[in-house]
Ligand binder design. Structure first.
Ligand code: HAM
Length: 426
């Protein structure tokens, strides 16, 4: 009997995590500059947090959640996204009372029972950020700019699609107009869209069914129904994006798959991804805090899939930094092997990455291994070096070799560590 990771989940091995850590580090750096603080919430919540937060009628809540009853009979759900948990936590800890504006970011695993395919997993990872407490278009524009900044730093080309999905004042009028347009088409629409015409007509515009798309090509669009306030908010957001030189396509049919959005809704799309082309998406959700039991508080946010970002980076041949040992210590006999073992520990303590042989291999085999790992220096010690207390240090980059007294080795390599800095510069 052999075991495999569950369908739609993956192991990340050290060859993979180097790239992940690099991307995570870059995200954290950008978050620090925009003054966002990290929030970590549990990977599971009470099911109602998502059912109420994301909306009963959405695919996520209706079909994709990993929900289970625990031994005490409580219905719990592995988080399919982070906005609802962040708002649950915001309310629970009275963050709104402590500060007028809360800027929070997260990186972590999410779970959705979707059909796995390229770029779609059942356990996937998101990074995201939420700006809670202000309804200013500056917040909308900044959230979009942060996402764009991360993609810019990684050299990823993407298209930003943006729309306004209106507010509770314009929605009922639009909903009616859309339903009046859709009802005569019911017989021809897909089963799902037929159902949604009554429950959530805006989602019909998001149908992937080609026939549905054809039939709804001339459907009324929300942009023609916006209240003056929502229109102004949208125009100001766009003007701020123009000011920052961030280009966008207005897509009046863009409807996101979560029900909490109000006004701004947007998505970053990449042509380097297949049918799952959304790098990330977000928008404003001014009603969610109240929906989850808090005081009415405006908010806007964004989240993106890390797997999809890495797929694009790999396609682009992005040069991920490689971690190579600075020093490989080679012992030629028992005594010098023990010395190499001890000296590697000393070097690691002063911040030098050091590697040794654990298998008692020949000097030649150890040399081959040092080369394979890309070691910057090789330290060779045998019987005569032990006697003289002088190690032979070979610089693998330039091919030179010199004797360095044992007592000076740590200062020698701590100096070299600063000079070569072999983890950060590449
Ligand atoms: P979402 O559009 O559901 O939004 O997910 C955001 C991103 O997560 C997607 O664009 C995609 O890159 C990635 N993603 C989603 N599902 C999968 C999957 N099964 N496999 C791989 N990647 C996936 C949200 O989750 C909102 N919480 C975003 C938000 C934050 N809105 C406001 N604040």
């Amino acid at each position: 009997m052999t075991y495999k990771s569950v369908k739609g989940t993956r192991d990340l091995l050290p060859v993979d995590t180097t790239a992940w850590l690099h991307v995570e580090q870059l995200i954290r750096e950008v978050m620090e500059r925009f003054r966002y603080g990290e929030i970590r919430t549990p990977v599971f919540e009470e099911t109602t947090v998502f059912a109420r937060g994301i909306g009963e009628e959405t695919d996520i809540v209706g079909k994709e959640m990993y929900s289970f009853l625990d031994k005490g009979g409580s219905s719990l759900t592995l988080r399919p996204e982070m906005t609802a948990p962040v708002i649950r936590s915001f309310i629970q800890h009275n963050l709104g009372e402590q500060s007028g504006l809360n800027k929070l970011y997260y990186i972590g695993p999410m779970f959705r029972q979707e059909r796995p395919q390229a770029g779609r997993f059942r356990q996937f990872h998101q990074f995201g950020f939420e700006c809670i407490g202000q309804d200013s278009p500056f917040c909308d524009a900044e959230i979009i700019a942060m996402a764009a900044e991360i993609y810019r730093r990684l050299g990823i080309h993407s298209t930003l699609k943006i729309n306004s999905v209106g507010d509770p004042f314009c929605r009922p009028r639009y909903r009616e107009a859309l339903q009046s347009f859709l009802r005569p088409l019911l017989a021809e629409l897909s089963e799902e869209s037929r159902r949604r015409t009554e429950t959530n007509p805006m989602r019909v515009l998001d149908s992937k069914d080609p026939r549905d798309r054809e039939l709804t090509a001339n459907a009324p669009v929300i942009l023609d129904y916006l209240t003056d306030e929502s229109r102004e908010h949208f125009e100001q957001t766009l003007a701020l994006l123009d000011d920052l030189g961030i280009s966008y396509d207005i897509d009046p049919r863009l409807v996101r798959g979560l029900d909490y959005y109000t006004r701004t809704a947007f998505e970053f799309i990449s042509s380097d991804l297949g049918s799952q082309d959304a790098l990330g998406g977000g928008g404003r959700y001014d009603g969610l805090v109240q929906e989850l039991g808090g005081k009415a508080t405006p908010a806007v946010g964004f989240a993106a899939g890390i797997e999809r970002l890495l797929i694009v980076l790999e396609k682009n041949g992005y040069a991920f930094p490689v971690s190579e040992p600075l020093v490989y210590l080679i012992g030629m006999d028992d005594a010098s092997r023990t010395w190499a073992f001890r000296t590697a520990m000393t070097l690691r303590r002063i911040g030098v990455s050091a590697e040794i042989d654990y298998a008692g291999r020949s000097v030649k085999a150890q040399m081959r291994e040092a080369n394979k790992l890309g070691s910057t220096f090789v330290v060779l010690v045998g019987e005569s070096e032990m006697q003289a207390q002088v190690a032979q240090v070979k610089n693998m980059r330039v091919g030179t070799q010199e004797g360095v007294e044992f007592q000076h080795l740590t200062s020698y390599f701590s100096r070299m560590n600063h000079l070569t800095d072999n983890t950060e510069s590449r």
